[in-house]
Design a protein around this ligand. Sequence first.
Ligand SMILES: *[C@@H]1O[C@H](CO)[C@@H](O)[C@H](O)[C@H]1NC(C)=O
Ligand SMILES: *[C@@H]1O[C@H](CO)[C@@H](O)[C@H](O)[C@H]1NC(C)=O
Ligand SMILES: *[C@@H]1O[C@H](CO)[C@@H](O)[C@H](O)[C@H]1NC(C)=O
Ligand SMILES: *[C@@H]1O[C@H](CO)[C@@H](O)[C@H](O)[C@H]1NC(C)=O
Length: 567
Amino acid sequence: MASSKRSCQKIFIASLLFISVSLTFLVFSFHPKPDHPEFDDHSETVAHHHKKPLSIDTPKSWFDDLIERKIFSKRIRIGFVNVDDNVKHAYDHLRGQVETVNVNFRPVSGELKWEDFFPEWIDEDARWHEPSCPEVPMPRLEDYRDLDVIVARVPCGNGTEKQGIRDLLRLQVNLVVANLAVVNGLTKGGDDRTVSVIFIGSCGPMQEIFRCDDLMTHLGEYWLYKPELRRLRRMVQMPVGSCLIAPYHKQTGNQENQEYKMAEYSTTRKLNDNELYPQRVAYVTVLHSSEAYVCGAITLAQSIIQSKSTYDLVLLHDSKLTPRSVNGLRDAGWKTKKIQPIRSPFARKDSYNEWNYSKLRLWQLTDYDKLIFIDADLIILKNMDIFFAYPQLSASPNDKVLFNSGIMVIEPSKCLFEDMMSKTNKLRSYNGGDQGFLNEVFTWWHRLPVNLNYLKIFFNEEENPDHQMKNGTYTIHFLGLKPWACYKDYDCNWDMENRNKFASDSAHKRWWNVYDTMPKKLQEFCGLTKHMDARIKKWRGIAQKANLSNGHWKISAKDPRQYHLIQ
Ligand SMILES: *[C@@H]1O[C@H](CO)[C@@H](O)[C@H](O)[C@H]1NC(C)=O
Ligand SMILES: *[C@@H]1O[C@H](CO)[C@@H](O)[C@H](O)[C@H]1NC(C)=O
Ligand SMILES: *[C@@H]1O[C@H](CO)[C@@H](O)[C@H](O)[C@H]1NC(C)=O
Ligand SMILES: *[C@@H]1O[C@H](CO)[C@@H](O)[C@H](O)[C@H]1NC(C)=O
């Protein structure tokens, strides 16, 4: 125990030393000194490579202190990934104490684009063809054993600060480093070794793979990480993009040349496997700006409880909720927590999505290791606890290379929250909402099946004129007018021509099934206001005048709520 701690410390100090070695070398290289003959050979090339002055905003004493430290006794092994010769040679004068090896791998094909790894649609059920991902070549991992430190230069893409980086070489370098760290650190015997990583590059590594919680120190372009290897292993087990459904639901892809096989999950597996299912997990939702979704959140909680999940339900809300609503939400099963809303910088004042960045507060819930976030306009139809097995950020697809933020598996983290907050004014959100922002923060995400976040929207009129819901979905995400804003008798999206695509009586019915099982005390939060009732009647009238062919306006509405208007 004590000795492993000491060796951790040793490696940590060693890593710091390497940063300092690299930095000092670069700093000194501007003024080659005759009493450092080992630098002379390379000083010119280095000066040539680094014309720009280094931005090192650290007191000089920091370096002096490190340089004066005694060099550790054990010989340590460094692997170089994508680094320039000048960085490699910086270690030459430590020969004897340090052994270095260059990690060779074939760069990802220049013909490939990010979109090839994040296709909008894949054949999830493999009805026509088995989905697959393009290749991201990896080094022969077995050739690079006993590494203590990995030094990698990470490309930062060619984009601007307004966008997240979607760069394949960057992804490849991160995955190479992650794989090397995992195979060198996690041994079959279970004796984990410490592996440190130094990233060189202004942007640092991909936070999706190397989480900020594992960042030990950061100096200018240098980032020192001590990654938590079991978590990292989960990341390298994920497909390289959303070109495949993340395993568990469907296991595909050629894993043969990988050192460690994908864990074989099965639905019968007990849920207390620590590695897959962290103990501290919860379902969570967020309400902000108004009371409009209180009924939705109550019904959501009830549907989760009916699915026989026993995990915590946590609801974040701002000050716009009345004490009565907060009590109702608690009675429905939520643990409520009041938050300061976060304004979305790109939304217009008083617009519907002005406060949508409040969702970022999810990352502050560090009492939990993992959360499944669910929007309050969903209900769940069957138990989803197995999805706690997925790492951050797992979600169902939206369009283009993007995911839908209506259901997300996330991992709370203080430093990530702070990092995101520091970017809210820089990263553009394509829709002014959290979904656009989060898609720039998590450009590398894991695909969950569309059945998990089943969007109630229908395009195929000929095949399915009644908009029958698909069987076997985990949830329904109610797009368009919400069920509680209609009469129970039918989905009032039928009454508006431009909302027809959202209409589905079978989906509508599933929501009201949950409502019917709720205690009366909770149903009272789903009443119609005078305003809501007037809107339904108005559009029924318009549909009748227009003689809309779906004919729902002919149904004589029996919903008792129309006779007991609230407020
Ligand atoms: C980055 O490079 C790619 C490919 O070279 C190009 O398609 C893209 O437009 C570039 N992006 C920017 C912001 O320059
Ligand atoms: C913003 O939040 C509101 C209220 O929760 C929601 O109706 C809307 O869809 C969200 N908009 C975006 C763009 O995320
Ligand atoms: C779903 O299942 C039910 C009962 O098994 C069946 O009647 C219905 O047609 C199915 N719906 C679809 C869209 O397949
Ligand atoms: C309304 O539409 C139906 C067919 O959808 C048609 O038979 C009927 O004549 C129409 N009524 C009016 C008043 O246009």
